[in-house]
Design a binder for this molecule. Structure first.
Ligand SMILES: NC(=O)C1=CN([C@@H]2O[C@H](COP(=O)(O)OP(=O)(O)OC[C@H]3O[C@@H](n4cnc5c(N)ncnc54)[C@H](OP(=O)(O)O)[C@@H]3O)[C@@H](O)[C@H]2O)C=CC1
Ligand SMILES: O=C(O)CCC(=O)C(=O)O
Length: 449
């Protein structure tokens, strides 16, 4: 762990540990932000007076509920649902829902905490929140998914609203699940309220580019970091982990920008295709047929499937982790650096451990942390809310242009803030400080609430 937490901030972190026992991912996310904030308190003593850091670490509201559902054989199952409404200083709580068996309060709190600063960086009026369930969608039938989503929304709906809390997708939650939850919300409330969820279908209030936004946005962010170093994607060998929504559209944009992506993965193994990935096949396998990535190698005999492989051992120049938290540890980071990586852009949330982050920062590579690099998804969700509010639907070109501009702004804000605070090139500090200051100022303005 980095010893660099400021002495004024350390007691706040100790209190977070005490108040939230066992929530290790939440501790990790909080510590990483708090490490950046010492110099901010020097410039802004009012933040310390008003106990802004202490308040920002405590969610405004945490909802935990039972989700009973029946499988196709009539068996009853009970899952646990969560929604952590972390901070609404800049707008309604906004952030995705994750359905994965690993979900517990500590995961949802880490994601909700990150979301506060990410959403602030977008420059759009959205607060931070996150939710989900320990439900495992793998191997479930379409009807089982629908029954689960309906049961989940039957409890959650009372906490949502376009001006209150607006969920979207995350791991295990895509367009299909958003559709079932939207239908149930509409049925229970008797309101057609498109702005209550984002990531909706294009025929019923969704936005063009939302599906692509996180991956495209992360690639735009890395492109901006490369440009600072007089580099470009063109001709670069790239490695992407995961094979879900973020991974697929990261690969797509990398290819559009002239890079060659040679890897993807799922939780069972890694695909290595030296001549470059066949993205149409990945889309067919994952988006249409919902199969495992292993099957990719059945169609390309020159591609290798490595069961339980370590994707970060495959040499690349640009790495974009797009699967899950803590997928790059200190050793993986050192391997990437040794093999010549020049840029790492995080499509996933907190995919690098603190030890890995330290390796990247010390090696002075271009390292874009998730809360900045993957903000394009939630930013485009906010654009979807704008379209819903004025009952409009923008073109793909216009929406992508807005996304590209937002990502450029986020990059420049992080870059300039890092310089201003004496750590040039450190996007971790830049993102944490810039994201924090905007929320902190709003909290001061709103008084003690
Ligand atoms: N969707 C969005 O708009 C945004 C997503 N993110 C983040 O991006 C990441 C990916 O999300 P998304 O693409 O939407 O999710 P998907 O469910 O579409 O895909 C997730 C991918 O990551 C793999 N994965 C998930 N959990 C693990 C694990 N524990 N170990 C190894 N592999 C794993 C999955 O493999 P398998 O099928 O085997 O589980 C799958 O390939 C997450 O960190 C998410 O929080 C960030 C910003 C926005
Ligand atoms: O689009 C959204 O509201 C949420 C996206 C998300 O979950 C994230 O940024 O991690």
């Amino acid at each position: 762990m980095s010893p660099q937490i400021d002495e004024k901030v350390e007691p706040i972190f100790q209190e977070v540990l005490k108040r939230n026992p066992g929530e290790v991912e939440f501790h990790q996310a909080v510590r990483e932000v708090l490490e950046s904030l010492g110099p901010v308190l020097v410039k802004h003593p009012e933040f310390a007076d008003r106990k802004i850091i202490e308040r920002i670490c405590e969610p405004e509201r945490q909802i935990i509920f039972r989700v009973p559902w029946q499988d196709d054989n009539g068996n009853v199952h009970i899952n646990r649902g969560f929604r952590v409404e972390f901070n609404s200083s800049l707008g309604p709580f906004k952030g995705g829902l994750r359905f994965h068996p690993s979900v517990y309060l500590g995961i949802i709190k880490f994601l909700g905490f990150e979301q506060i600063f990410k959403n602030s960086l977008t420059g759009l009026p959205i607060g931070g929140g996150k939710g989900g369930s320990d439900f495992d969608p793998k191997g479930k039938s379409d009807n089982e998914i629908m029954r689960f989503c309906q049961s989940f929304m039957t409890e959650l709906y009372r906490h949502l609203g376009e001006h209150t809390d607006v969920p979207a997708g995350d791991i295990g939650v895509g367009g299909r699940e958003i559709g079932y939850m939207f239908g149930q919300y509409k049925r229970i409330t008797n309101r057609y309220e498109p702005g209550v969820l984002t990531g909706k279908g294009l025929d019923w209030g969704g936005s063009l580019v939302r599906t692509e936004a996180t991956g495209y946005g992360a690639t735009f962010f890395v492109d901006a970091m490369l440009k600072v170093r007089k580099e470009a994607f063109d001709g670069k060998i790239c490695s992407v982990s995961g094979s879900g929504n973020v991974a697929i559209y990261t690969i797509e944009k990398i290819h559009q920008l002239g890079g060659k992506c040679i890897t993807c993965s799922d939780s069972n193994g890694v695909i290595y295709h030296e001549k470059g990935l066949d993205l149409n096949l990945i889309k067919q396998l994952k988006e249409v047929e919902r199969r495992r990535i292993e099957d990719y190698a059945k169609y390309h005999k020159d591609a290798k499937y490595i069961p339980n492989g370590n994707i970060w051992e495959i040499p690349c120049q640009v790495a974009m982790p797009s699967a899950t938290q803590n997928e790059i540890n200190g050793k993986d980071a050192a391997t990437l650096v040794k093999n010549g990586v020049i840029a790492v852009g995080e499509g996933a949330n907190m995919p690098t451990t603190p030890e890995g982050v330290k390796v990247f920062l010390e090696a002075n590579i271009a390292y874009g942390p998730g809360k900045a690099a993957n903000a394009g998804g939630v930013a485009t969700s906010a654009l979807e809310m704008q379209q819903n509010a004025c009952r409009d639907a923008w073109t793909f070109e216009y929406t992508e242009q807005r996304l590209a501009q937002i990502m450029k702004n986020i990059h420049d804000t992080c870059y300039q803030t890092a310089e201003e605070y004496g750590t040039p090139g450190n996007y971790v500090n830049g993102a944490n400080i810039a994201g924090f200051i905007k929320v902190a100022k709003a909290m001061v303005a709103h008084g003690l609430i």
